[in-house]
Design a protein around this ligand. Sequence first.
Ligand SMILES: C[S@@+](CC[C@H](N)C(=O)[O-])C[C@H]1O[C@@H](n2cnc3c(N)ncnc32)[C@H](O)[C@@H]1O
Length: 229
Amino acid sequence: MDNLKTGEVICKRRKELGLTQNQLAKSLNISFQAVSKWENCSAYPDIEMLPKLAAALHTTIDALLGYESVVTDYDRRYNTQEYYWGLAPNRICYDIMKLLPPVRPYRVLDIGCGEGKDAVFFAKCGYDVTAFDLSEQGIEKAKRLAEHNKVNLKLFKADLFDYRPDTEYDIIFSSGVLHFIPQSERKELCESLKAHTAGTGINALNVFVQKPFITRAPDHRRDEKKRHP
Ligand SMILES: C[S@@+](CC[C@H](N)C(=O)[O-])C[C@H]1O[C@@H](n2cnc3c(N)ncnc32)[C@H](O)[C@@H]1O
C-alpha cells in the first residue's frame, strides 16, 4: 500500500471515527479551516500539535507522518488466504433474484462488497455488477474471486463517506455497511441512492443493529458504538 500524505491520513482517520472537520477542530481548540487546510495538503500541523492530534485521531505520530501504512480493521481481517465472510452469498441475494431475476443484465451496485462474495455471485448469475469497498485487501480478494469464477465486474476502492453514485442502477445492495455512516449523514445518502435507482429497481440494504435479542455480528467490537455513534 502506498504511504499516504499527512493530510490524507488525517482525513481518513477523521472519517473512520465518524468526526466532522468541525468536531475535530473543536477537540483541538483550533478552527475548522485549519483542519481543512491540513486535509487538502495546503498546510501541515505544527509540531507541538502532533501529539494532541494523534491522540484525537486514536493513532500514532508515525502514522500521521506517513511512516506506518494506515490499514482499516477490515484490511487486517481480509489479509489472509481464507475468505473472512466465506464464499456463500448472503441470503438476501436470493430474495433479490426472486424480485428481479436476471432476464437481462440488470445493473447492480454492491456497496461495501468486502471480499466480493455477493458481487461475484450476482455477476455469475448474469447481472452487470459494480462493487466497491473501503478495504484495499477486500477489493484485491474480490478481484481474485472474480478471476477464479471467470466473471467481469467493476471493482474499486472507495469510501462511502465521499462516494455517491453517478449513474443509475436497477439494484442497490449493501450488506452490513450502512451502520458505519453517522446517523446525521444517512438521510442524504439514502436520498442519493434512491435518486440513482431505476424506476422499477430495488434497494436492499441491511445493517448491524444493537438489540439484546439479536445475536451479535461475528465482527462486533466493544468500541463499535463509540466509533460509530
Ligand atoms: C460487515 S462487512 C460486510 C462485507 C460484505 N458486504 C459482505 O457481506 O461480505 C462491512 C464492510 O464494509 C466496509 N466498509 C466500512 N466502512 C466503509 C466505507 N466508509 N466505505 C466503503 N466500505 C466500507 C468494510 O471494509 C467491510 O468490508
